[in-house]
Design a protein around this ligand. Structure first.
Ligand SMILES: NC(=O)c1ccc[n+]([C@@H]2O[C@H](COP(=O)([O-])OP(=O)(O)OC[C@H]3O[C@@H](n4cnc5c(N)ncnc54)[C@H](O)[C@@H]3O)[C@@H](O)[C@H]2O)c1
Length: 366
């Protein structure tokens, strides 16, 4: 039985992960520590709230005493660290929360793991030697992003060895947390694993991110804002594929290693937006104006420091652990649109803010 601390399990990827992990890994207990910021939605996990293997803890990863207490009380042997401030535009408006949660929060978790797993200074310094690590050994899996590598030109792919070159406060804070995680491996022998993943899409994504924003606006005849010339490229990955990659890395990854995770699915933002418009024109009632939904597209002033192109080389994960994405973009985007069409209650609750009431319904007043 693994006792897994999942941080940020009420967010987009975390909630998809909790659901998948409970399904695929029967011998696990999951403790979801989440602060429930605007991005955390207890309604994302209504279907597993009563599972006896699942416990929700409302709290902040920066709270060292709470985190330390959880490690002791739940005998945590595995950490899957998702919790973060994750939206680039918000990091440009106000970086402070990003520094606090993404850097200080990660540091707090690393310290708690180091203490709980009794790794004292240098005693178990590995520097490339992980002989002592066994299948039952603890693991700290840090979930990170390809944005730490900066921006690509027309060609080339990010590899695990690509030098870090973050450009936004978000990516800089994630890069900083990655360096701390790596330092705890080299200095203290903390059994870490790291994944750097491309852009995710799928069910339960907060509608400030491109795909759910466009779906929601296009359904409601609102403008569809596209930054700059719309030709920025992202490598899109269906969220459940990201979660299967995390389980694979957790179970079979080599301690101390980083694995890039990508979808082999490069698309310009404008292509993504046009695809959503066309699928919605096909599936739902036309706009009142009679025009196609592409007519709602509005090019807006580019985001400051907007990286031009991201693309991932995920061959290490494929060659060493046998993982490949199973959902291609054409299928994944249709599945995602269908999910938003079938879950209008979820999206309305997020838009009107009532999603935060799910907490009281599930766990009583805060
Ligand atoms: N979304 C992507 O495309 C993508 C791609 C690669 C990597 N990632 C990484 O994956 C992780 C999850 O991303 P996401 O899109 O699900 O994010 P999200 O914003 O949807 O969810 C973040 C979750 O963390 C929680 N949280 C925030 N601050 C916290 C704190 N101080 N203490 C406890 N909980 C806190 C929030 O309440 C929320 O539930 C992040 O680390 C992100 O950097 C995301």
């Amino acid at each position: 039985m693994k006792n897994i601390l999942v941080t940020g399990g009420s967010g987009f990827i975390g909630s998809n992960f909790v659901r998948l992990c409970l399904e695929k890994v029967p011998a696990c207990r999951l403790i979801n520590l989440d602060k429930l910021t605007y991005a955390g939605n207890p309604g994302n996990l209504l279907d597993v709230a009563d599972d006896f293997r699942y416990r929700f803890v409302h709290g902040d990863i920066c709270d060292a005493s709470l985190v330390g207490q959880l490690f002791q009380e739940e005998k945590i042997d595995t950490v899957i660290h998702f919790a973060a401030e994750s939206h680039v535009d918000r990091s440009i408006e106000g970086p402070a929360e990003f520094i606090q949660t993404n850097i200080v929060g990660t540091f707090t978790l690393l310290e708690a793991a180091r203490k709980a797993w009794k790794l004292d200074n240098n005693e178990k310094s590995v520097t490339g030697d992980d002989e002592a690590v066994t299948e039952s050994s603890p693991r700290f899996l840090h979930v990170s992003t390809d944005e730490v590598y900066g921006s690509l030109g027309e060609t080339g792919l990010f590899e695990e060895t690509t030098p870090y070159d973050p450009r936004s406060p978000y990516s800089a804070s994630k890069a900083s947390s990655d360096h701390l995680v790596s330092a705890y491996y080299h200095t203290y022998g903390l059994p870490i694993l790291m994944t750097n993943c491309s852009n995710n899409y799928g069910p339960f994504q907060f509608p400030e991110k491109l795909i759910p924003l466009i779906i929601n606006n296009a359904l409601n005849s609102k403008d569809l804002p596209v930054y700059g010339d719309g030709k920025n490229v992202r490598d899109w990955l269906y969220v459940v594929d990201h979660c299967t990659a995390i389980i694979k890395v957790l179970q079979n990854g080599k301690v101390g290693e980083t694995y890039n995770v990508g979808g082999n699915s490069e698309k310009q933002n404008i292509e993504v937006v046009q695809t959503i418009c066309d699928i919605l024109d096909e599936k739902v009632a036309p706009l009142e104006s009679g025009e196609v939904r592409r007519s709602l597209i509005k090019f807006v002033k580019d985001r400051a420091g907007h990286d031009r192109r991201y693309a991932i080389d995920a061959s290490k994960l494929k060659n060493e652990l046998g993982w490949e994405p199973s959902v291609d973009f054409n299928d994944g985007i249709r599945m995602t649109i269908d999910w938003y069409l079938d879950n209008t209650e979820w999206i309305s609750a997020v838009i009107d803010g009532s999603y935060q009431d799910y907490y009281d319904k599930l766990y009583g007043e805060r």
